[in-house]
Design a protein around this ligand. Structure first.
Ligand code: ZN
Length: 216
């Protein structure tokens, strides 16, 4: 099976990897769904954009705990590095990820479409100015924009928000061009991200799936 997958990747014209929470579990990031998932500990409503607007302070306290205290300590794992090596060898064109942990970049991939945004950046809700997380002091919540004083929000999508651009358009364009798709650590069940592998199948791309369970 591994030899066959390797041959498909070698023979492909353009390869894209599509990754989900599963690839980051070994880095210490719990998945959102399933047993031990974050949704068992935290109320998903906390990640609703309307909740963030109404209860900014409380929302930020949870965000800081999960995303910056917990996720902030993690490092890429072997799987992330393997994808970086494939890119370095010219065998992987891009990564489309549903993860917001930035670990593909940390591992060395340079073409990464972050379909759900990234925790590495914060965005001002008023003037849309973006900041690197390293520029911001999270001891004072909620963090504020230096330019206009507006509230900063992690630049990731909350429930009720659209997929960010240009990640959305870039992901679909990449999908149309790829003849081989490596699905890693994602069940492909969460909309609208699941439109990516579905589109790849419709285009006739060969799909290599790396998951504990077979998905549809
Ligand atoms: Zn601002």
């Amino acid at each position: 099976m591994y030899d066959k997958a390797a041959q498909i990747i070698k023979d492909a014209r353009r390869v894209t990897a599509f990754t989900g929470a599963g690839i980051s579990v070994e880095s210490g990031i719990p998945p959102f769904r399933g047993e031990n998932g974050l949704w068992n500990k935290y109320d998903p409503a906390t990640f609703d954009i309307s909740y963030f607007h109404s209860y900014t302070q409380r929302s930020w306290e949870v965000l800081r705990e999960i995303f910056y205290d917990l996720f902030g300590q993690v490092q890429p794992n072997t799987a992330h590095y393997a994808l970086a090596e494939l890119e370095a060898r010219g065998m992987l064109h891009s990564v489309i990820t549903q993860n917001v942990d930035h670990l593909h970049y940390e591992a060395g991939n340079t073409v990464v479409h972050e379909f759900h945004g990234s925790l590495k950046h914060l965005v001002c809700l008023d003037c849309r100015q973006r900041y690197e997380i390293s520029q911001i002091d999270l001891n004072l919540l909620p963090p504020k924009c230096e330019l206009c004083g507006g509230v900063l929000k992690p630049d990731v999508i909350f429930f009720g928000e659209p997929i960010p651009e240009p990640a959305r358009t870039n992901s679909f364009n990449e999908t149309k061009k790829s003849d081989c798709f490596i699905l890693i650590g994602t069940t492909g069940t969460v909309a609208p991200a699941n439109m990516i592998p579905t589109q790849a199948k419709l285009n006739g791309a060969t799909i290599i799936e790396i998951n504990p369970h077979r998905s549809e």
